[in-house]
Design a protein around this ligand. Structure first.
Ligand code: ATP
Length: 263
């Protein structure tokens, strides 16, 4: 089992994230059904799929939050489940639906995230200031997170994920509830981060955003990978949205809802 993040023998960099044979069952339900995926280092990778496809479950297992039934995950060559501390140092996470320490103010929460990562106080203070400004939260720095709106909560959680300048960012639905100006600021931050060598994985339901923002994409449905590669490879001549519908199916006829018609 490798713990090295050095280039492999053939000189190639290991993927930022490598998933092999990941499986998770909840009782009778197979939420993730033998997923294999490589996320190249330096890529901006979109993960898309219908509701209940297994995106959050896969990302939770990939980032050490949920123990897989089977399979292996490595981050820059470090096994997430064999060497969790080493792997987690490389990652910044924006999990979906995980509670924050919301009795702290926004500023305290992000500072706490930095100090927990072993950063010194001065660097933490400097980065907290920068992050709050970049995410338009400076005036709400002293407000308790429990009193934040949904979008503000997303942004403060993103700041906490960025504070230690990780090599891999895993963001589950980062744009949900976020206003358009903040979303554009977040996109700029993430694009700069990728340009400077970082890797981003985002799950999203907004195909247009994924097509514009990401260079790679994987389409997941019913716990399996239906397609993965560069965005252009996956979508071919179609828009990503049309390709998604073609791959996933499930467009329902609404003609049956006669009772919903008001005229
Ligand atoms: N803790 C759990 N217990 C039981 N079933 C679960 C649990 N977590 C997820 N599931 C089931 O696993 C499947 C995959 O769920 P998951 O949350 O990973 O989907 P998703 O692709 O993130 O969906 P969405 O886009 O709606 O957020 C779903 O059928 C869900 O009901």
């Amino acid at each position: 089992m490798t713990t090295s993040i050095a280039p492999s023998a053939d000189g190639a960099r290991p993927p930022a994230l490598s998933i092999r044979g990941l499986v998770k069952r909840f009782g009778e339900k197979i939420a993730v059904d033998n997923i294999h995926l490589d996320v190249p280092a330096g890529s901006f990778y979109g993960l898309v799929g219908p509701n209940g496809a297994g995106k959050t479950t896969s990302l939770s297992m990939a980032t050490g939050l949920l123990r897989p039934d089977h399979g292996q995950v490595t981050v820059h060559g470090v096994d997430v489940w064999q060497h969790p501390l080493e792997a987690k140092k490389l990652m910044g996470l924006l999990p979906d639906g995980v509670r924050l320490f919301d009795r702290l103010s926004g500023e305290q929460l992000v500072s706490y995230a930095g100090l927990l990562r072993g950063m010194d106080k001065d660097t933490v203070a400097e980065r907290v200031k920068d992050l709050l400004a970049a995410l338009d939260l400076t005036k709400d720095a002293g407000t308790l997170v429990v009193d934040y709106s949904a979008g503000m909560t997303k942004k403060i959680a993103l700041a906490a994920a960025l504070i230690h300048a990780p090599r891999l960012l895993v963001l589950d639905e980062p744009f949900e509830s976020v206003d358009p100006v903040s979303a554009a600021n977040i996109r700029d931050i993430l694009q700069d981060y990728v340009k400077s060598g970082g890797t981003v994985i985002v799950s999203s339901h907004v195909m247009d955003l994924v097509q514009r923002m990401c260079d790679h994409v994987a389409v997941i449905a019913a716990g399996r990978v239906l397609a993965a590669g560069t965005v252009d490879e996956v979508r071919g001549e179609m828009s990503l949205e049309d390709k998604f519908v073609e791959l996933v199916g499930g467009r329902n006829q609404t003609a049956g809802l006669q009772w919903l018609r008001t005229s």
